[in-house]
Design a binder for this molecule. Structure first.
Ligand code: G6P
Length: 610
C-alpha cells in the first residue's frame, strides 16, 4: 500500500526521496510523486506509473532542496493518474501533503469546504486534508496547530506528512491506523511508512502511535497527541541490515526469499527448540503460559497467506493441544460481533504486523477481554506492540508481495507454540522429542527440495499457458492447496482454486478435462489412500496431474504426469515442505509469462486499509 518518505536536513533531498521510494516499491503502488520546498517555493512532480519514470523527470529538472516528501500511491479513491497521485496541495500551492489510509468522512468535509469556496482537483479523499488544514491556516494557526485541529475533525486512518512553504524548516507527521516512523539522523531527520526507506541512513527509529503528531526539524523532533498532550518517545535502535532488504544476486525478491527459506527457518527456531525435553522455549509466551493452559478455546484470525498458516495451526492445536480451535478471516471476525471472553486466546498472525483488518480484530478482542497473541514478522509493528504477548517469526524482511518465507516461518513457529503448550498439557516426552527432532531437520529438508528448482521450472514451462489450475489436498495439506492456488493467481493471474480433495466431487470435478492441470498435495500420511482415490477420479476424466509426494512413493509415479518428491517428516510439518515446490511453480510460471513477480498488479504487500 501507499509508501511515505520524507527528509529534512543539510543534504539535497531529491535523490534521498527517490532512493526511499524505490525501497518502498515492494509495498505495491500505481503512481508516485514528490514535493519539495526550494527558497520558499514548493515544487510538486508526480506521475502515474513507476518511481523510475519519476526519477527520469526529476533528473531533467535538476531540482535541489533540503526538505521534501515522497509518496507511492495505491489507489483507493480515484483511478491511478497524475492528478490523483500525491502530494496534494492547497489552492495557493504553499502547503502539500502525502497520506496513507482512508479519510472515511471525506465527503462531508469536502461538502463543507466546497460551500466555503474551496475548489478540488482530484477525486481523492486525501485532497480534503490539504484544504482542511489550509482552512485552519487561514484562521491564523501555525502549520502544527492547523494540522492538529484538522485531524480532530477526521474519521478514518492516516499516516500523514505535511510541509508548508511559509514554515519551511519543519515536517509535520501524524499517525492513526497507518504506520509512520521517524528516522533520527545527524543534522537530518526522516519520516517513513516503514524503516526500509531510511535504513541506508539511520537505524535510530521512533515509532509513532495512533493519535500522535510530530513536528520534525533538521536537528530536533517533538511529539504530541492530536489533542496536544505531550508525549515522550523512545528512540529504538533496529538491527535490520541493508543486505537483508537487497536482492542479493537473484533476479527477483520472491526467488531470493524462496531460496533463503533454509536460513529463515533456522532463524525462526534458533534457541527455541529443547530437543531432549521434547519441547520449545518461547520467551514471548512465558508470562502468559499458565493462562494458555487454561483456555477454553483458541481463535486464530489473519488475512491472505497468514490465514492459511492459521488453518494449518488449527489442525496442529486440535491434534496436540486438544483445545477447540477456530480460524477466521480478520475482516469477518471484526464485524460479526464475535463472542469472546477471558478464557479465549486469540492469535493474530501477520507478516507485516500492520494489516488493517487484523489489527482491528486484535483491538476488538482486547476490548472484549480475550487474550491477544501476536505472531508477527516485522519487529515493532503495530500488531506486535499491541498484543498482550506474542512470538516473532524472525523470517527477516520479506519484500516480494507474494508471501513465501514468512509463511514457512509462521508454520514452524506455530509448530513450536503447539509443542510448548501440548507438552505442558498431556503430550508425552517421547512424542514431544519426535516432533522437536523433526522440526530441527526441516531447514535442511527445505534445502533438499530447493535443489529441484530446475525440474520445477521445466514443469512450469509445460503448464504456463493453462487458463485454470486446481490444487487439492487433505488434512494438513488442504491449507497448502489453498496457498498453492493463491501463489499462482497472485503473480501469474491464472485462475486457480484450492480445494479439500474430497470436496472436489461436490463441484470442481465438473471443470476437469484435458486442459485442466490439477496439483495434488499427496504426501504419505493418514489420508494418503483417500487422496490416491481422488487422483484416480481426476485421471479418469482426463485431467493432467502434478503430484507432490513423499520420497520413496513409487506407486504414485504411474498415476500422474509429474511427481515432485519431498522428504519424510511428521504430518504436522508436511505443509512446510509441500508448499515449497508450489512457490517455485508459481514463480516460474509468472516469470515465463513475463510478469512483474515482485509487484503484481493491484496487490499490496501490507494492506493498511480495510
Ligand atoms: C496482503 C499480501 C499477502 C498477505 C496478506 C496478509 O494481501 O499481499 O501476501 O498474506 O496481505 O498480510 P500480513 O502482513 O497480515 O501477513
Amino acid at each position: 500500500m501507499c509508501g511515505i518518505v520524507g527528509y529534512i536536513g543539510n543534504k539535497n533531498c531529491v535523490p534521498l526521496l527517490i532512493e526511499g521510494l524505490k525501497r518502498l516499491e515492494y509495498r505495491g503502488y500505481d503512481s508516485a510523486g514528490i514535493g519539495i520546498i526550494d527558497e520558499g517555493i514548493s515544487f510538486i512532480v508526480k506521475n502515474k506509473g513507476k518511481v523510475s519514470e519519476l526519477q527520469n523527470r526529476l533528473e531533467v529538472l535538476n531540482l535541489k532542496a533540503n526538505i521534501g516528501l515522497g509518496h507511492t500511491r495505491w489507489a483507493t479513491h480515484g483511478i491511478p493518474n497524475e492528478i490523483n497521485a500525491h502530494p496534494h496541495q492547497n489552492e495557493e500551492g504553499t502547503l502539500f501533503l502525502i497520506h496513507n489510509g482512508i479519510i472515511e468522512n471525506y465527503k462531508t468535509i469536502k461538502k463543507v469546504l466546497q460551500q466555503n469556496g474551496y475548489k478540488f482537483q482530484s477525486e481523492t479523499d486525501t485532497e480534503v486534508l490539504a484544504h482542511l488544514i489550509d482552512s485552519f491556516l487561514r484562521k491564523g494557526f501555525d502549520i502544527f496547530k492547523a494540522t492538529q485541529l484538522a485531524l480532530q475533525e477526521v474519521d478514518g486512518t492516516y499516516g500523514l506528512a505535511v510541509i508548508y512553504a511559509k514554515e519551511p524548516d519543519r515536517i509535520i507527521a501524524a499517525r492513526k491506523g497507518s504506520p509512520l516512523i521517524i528516522g533520527v539522523g545527524q543534522n537530518e531527520n526522516f519520516i517513513a511508512s516503514d524503516v526500509s526507506a531510511v535504513l541506508a541512513h539511520t537505524k535510530n527509529i521512533i515509532y509513532l502511535e495512533d493519535g500522535e503528531i510530530a513536528l520534525i526539524t533538521e536537528n530536533d523532533y517533538q511529539v504530541k497527541t492530536i489533542h496536544n498532550e505531550e508525549v515522550i518517545k523512545e528512540v529504538e535502535e533496529i538491527s535490520m541490515t541493508l543486505d537483508e532488504i537487497d536482492k542479493g544476486g537473484y533476479p527477483h525478491f520472491m526467488l531470493k526469499e524462496i531460496m533463503e527459506q533454509p536460513e529463515s527457518l533456522r532463524n525462526s527456531i534458533r534457541g527455541r527448540l529443547l530437543i531432549d525435553e521434547g519441547t520449545a522455549k518461547l520467551g514471548g509466551l512465558e508470562n502468559i503460559i499458565d493462562d494458555l493452559l487454561d483456555v477454553d478455546r483458541f481463535l486464530i484470525t489473519a488475512c491472505g497467506t497468514s490465514w492459511h498458516a492459521g488453518l494449518v495451526a488449527e489442525y496442529m492445536f486440535e491434534q496436540f493441544i486438544r483445545v477447540p480451535t477456530e480460524v477466521e478471516y480478520a475482516s469477518e471476525f471484526r464485524y460479526r460481533n464475535p463472542i469472546i471472553n477471558k478464557k479465549d486466546a486469540v492469535f493474530f498472525i501477520s507478516q507485516s504486523g500492520e494489516t488493517a483488518d487484523t489489527l482491528a480484530a486484535l483491538r476488538e478482542t482486547k476490548l472484549r477481554g480475550g487474550i491477544a497473541l501476536g505472531v508477527c514478522n516485522v519487529v515493532g509493528s503495530s500488531i506486535a506492540r499491541e498484543s498482550d504477548s506474542g512470538v516473532y517469526i524472525h523470517a527477516g524482511p520479506e519484500i516480494g508481495v507474494a508471501s513465501t518465507k514468512a509463511f514457512t516461518s509462521q508454520l514452524i513457529v506455530l509448530a513450536l507454540i503447539t509443542l510448548l503448550i501440548a507438552r505442558r498439557k498431556n503430550l508425552s516426552i517421547e512424542n514431544g522429542r519426535e516432533i522437536a527432532k523433526a522440526i530441527s531437520k526441516i531447514p535442511d529438508q527445505v534445502a533438499e527440495i530447493l535443489k529441484l528448482n530446475n525440474k520445477i521450472e521445466e514443469i512450469a514451462d509445460e503448464f504456463k499457458d493453462a487458463k485454470n489450475f486446481l490444487y487439492l489436498g487433505r488434512g494438513y495439506n488442504f491449507p497448502v492447496a489453498l496457498e498453492g492456488a493463491l501463489k499462482l493467481k497472485e503473480i501469474s493471474y491464472i485462475h486457480a482454486e484450492g480445494y479439500p480433495a474430497a470436496e472436489m466431487k461436490h463441484g470442481p470435478i465438473a471443470l476437469i478435462d484435458e486442459n485442466m492441470p490439477v496439483v495434488f498435495i499427496a504426501p504419505k500420511d493418514a489420508t494418503y489412500d483417500k487422496i490416491i482415490s481422488n487422483i484416480q477420479e481426476v485421471k479418469a476424466r482426463g485431467g493432467r496431474i502434478i503430484a507432490i509426494a513423499s520420497e520413496g512413493d513409487d506407486e504414485i509415479k504411474d498415476m500422474v504426469e509429474h511427481v515432485i518428491y519431498i522428504p519424510q517428516t511428521v504430518a504436522m510439518l508436511k505443509p512446510i515442505l509441500s508448499v515449497v515446490p508450489l512457490q517455485l511453480l508459481a514463480y516460474h510460471i509468472a516469470v515465463k509469462k513475463g510478469l512483474n513477480v515482485d509487484q503484481p498488479r493491484n496487490l499490496a504487500k501490507s494492506v493498511t486499509v480495510e
